[in-house]
Design a protein. Sequence first.
Length: 210
Amino acid sequence: MDDRPRFRRPAMLDPRDADALPGALDPARRDEVAHTTARAVVHQARAAEDPEVVARLVRLVEDEGLDVVAELWSDAAPATLPGALWRLYALREWVRRDPRTIGLRYRLGVDAAPVQEAVAGVPRPPTPSDLRELADTVLSGVYSGDLAVALERAAAFCRILATGAAYDADVREVADPDAAARMTRGAADLVGTALELEHAAALWRAGSLD
């Protein structure tokens, strides 16, 4: 009999809680569920030391849907374990869905961010497969490696993309000022995400990321 953990619901979430998630929980209860599931999914996966479990968790969005992951963790504060998990899954989904844009932004930004390139660890020039592999490796690190390092790699990747988006905005400003403004805002959001992930990494090292 196969007794390995099954992660069909994130973090072995109680089915009654899972069924109640879409809009039925008050904010305090939602926050409790977010923290409980995040702790369970991370700590139980790390304790299992099972590559198949890690692989299932990396594919969580494909198996459960982005909306389910969002219902669990997207409202959590950035400096929390569920908040950090949500940012990593959202980043992976962006890479998976739009590798062309990600690749362009990365190539534009990487020369201006050599330190971040070393931390992110993406081959140059990156192929779509390289970018998807990075996103999967980062999430694998959450469940089977140094979680702080995984968060820092994701932060470095976001900083490179932010630099690339800013360059792209500069190029487009005369021909398409509206698009340039959107890219500038997007670059600022990416820098904000990088700061949040770096803060979460520091909290994990201090033993206070919950």
